[in-house]
Design a protein around this ligand. Structure first.
Ligand SMILES: [Zn+2]
Length: 359
């Protein structure tokens, strides 16, 4: 069967497999993209085809500390995903062949990143670090595979059919045990020569005030990173240390602090306000560089409802005004797909591999 390289296969464009490879479990979904008028048009942005609909999903444990077993697990997931694609297509379109089903796009999201030469780094599953995951999977599966970090998957998922859909520049930040972000520009993830686009968590907290903003050492080797203060553990540590310095905080987790603040605990409310101020300054720094249309918050801390209201009130002061005070137009919102954005974004990312770059 001959294929025209200029005309992406309609079936392969429509069904896509995404896998979110976590430290303890891996989740796979088969997404079907709703057709749109410009579907398949060279240069059409991923997501211009509309929302993704889940046709199949499976969750399996990640083999601990065993690279060969992890590869085998991923290959098994893909094979079952291909079978599900065949079944889905058979019910919709009798003309679809097994060969077409074997060519669904594949994207994998991981907590780590991929180096320029294709090795994994910064993975919490240590057995992946230093490995050529993408190359090994492509060899095992006989087709291109996209591999990206979970922040880029969040950005693409939310920009495509989530909270950032319809916005040109989306900055999608993860606030959890760490702080990271991905950037989607007109439906495509922004990558760079260093693979660090969006790594605002390891910039220093801007406009830090001595005595008010602790300068803690970060695991990355620097001091005073945004992550040390804006992450969940950072919030909890700040609450604890404030108590040690004469305040009335205690050893609570971020969720417990938010719950205590909601019950009227003044020390917890003060901790949340310090955290919101730091987040506002860090995001004002992002706005001053990138000027995104929308900032989407994901990760555990994004579930704290006060952030999307309070942070934009605070960031106004730090977004550069040039002498004319105007309202900041960048919107702040929480992710639409929540934890599912990892696996959905991985699926969209694999699909983008099949599309020619714009221009
Ligand atoms: Zn750092």
């Amino acid at each position: 069967m001959k294929r025209d390289a200029e005309e992406p296969d309609a079936f392969a464009m429509n069904l896509m497999l995404g896998i979110d490879l976590g430290g303890t479990k891996a989740e796979a979904v088969l997404l079907a993209a709703a057709a749109a008028a410009d579907e398949g048009r060279p240069g059409a942005a991923p997501g211009s085809g509309g929302a993704g609909e889940v046709r199949w999903r499976e969750r399996v444990p990640t083999p601990a500390g065993d690279y060969a077993a992890t590869l085998a697990m991923l290959v098994g997931l893909v094979q079952r995903g291909r079978a599900a694609a065949s079944a889905a297509a058979a019910s919709a379109d009798a003309a679809t062949t097994a060969e077409q089903a074997a060519r669904i796009s594949i994207g994998i999201g991981t907590p780590g990143t991929v180096t320029a030469d294709g090795r994994m780094k910064n993975c919490n599953s240590q057995c992946l670090n230093g490995r050529f995951l993408q190359r090994d999977l492509e060899a095992a599966l006989g087709q291109p595979v996209a591999v990206a970090n979970d922040a880029n998957c969040l950005a693409l998922s939310e920009a495509t059919d989530g909270a950032g859909a319809g916005h040109g520049v989306v900055f999608a930040a993860i606030l959890g045990t760490g702080v990271g972000a991905g950037i989607a520009v007109h439906g495509r993830v922004l990558t760079g020569p260093n693979g660090v686009a969006g790594e605002w968590g390891h910039n220093p907290l801007p406009w830090a005030e001595p005595g008010h903003d602790p300068q803690w050492r970060c695991y990355c080797g620097q001091v005073g990173c945004v992550e040390t203060l804006a992450s969940g553990p950072g919030l909890a540590r700040d609450h604890r240390e404030f108590a040690r310095n004469g305040g009335s905080g205690a050893a609570l987790g971020a969720e417990e602090i938010a719950a205590a603040a909601a019950r009227g605990d003044a020390a917890s409310a003060a901790t949340l306000e310090r955290h919101a101020s730091r987040l506002a300054r860090a995001l004002a720094g992002v706005i001053n560089v990138l000027d995104p249309d929308i900032i989407v918050l994901g990760g555990g801390l994004s579930r704290m409802p006060h952030l999307v209201e309070r942070v934009p009130q605070l960031w106004q002061r730090w977004v550069v005004s040039g002498g004319v005070r105007e309202p900041v137009r960048t919107r702040l919102t929480t992710s639409l797909h929540g934890d599912a954005s990892g696996v959905r974004g991985a699926a969209w990312l694999g699909r983008a591999l099949l599309q020619p770059p714009p221009g």
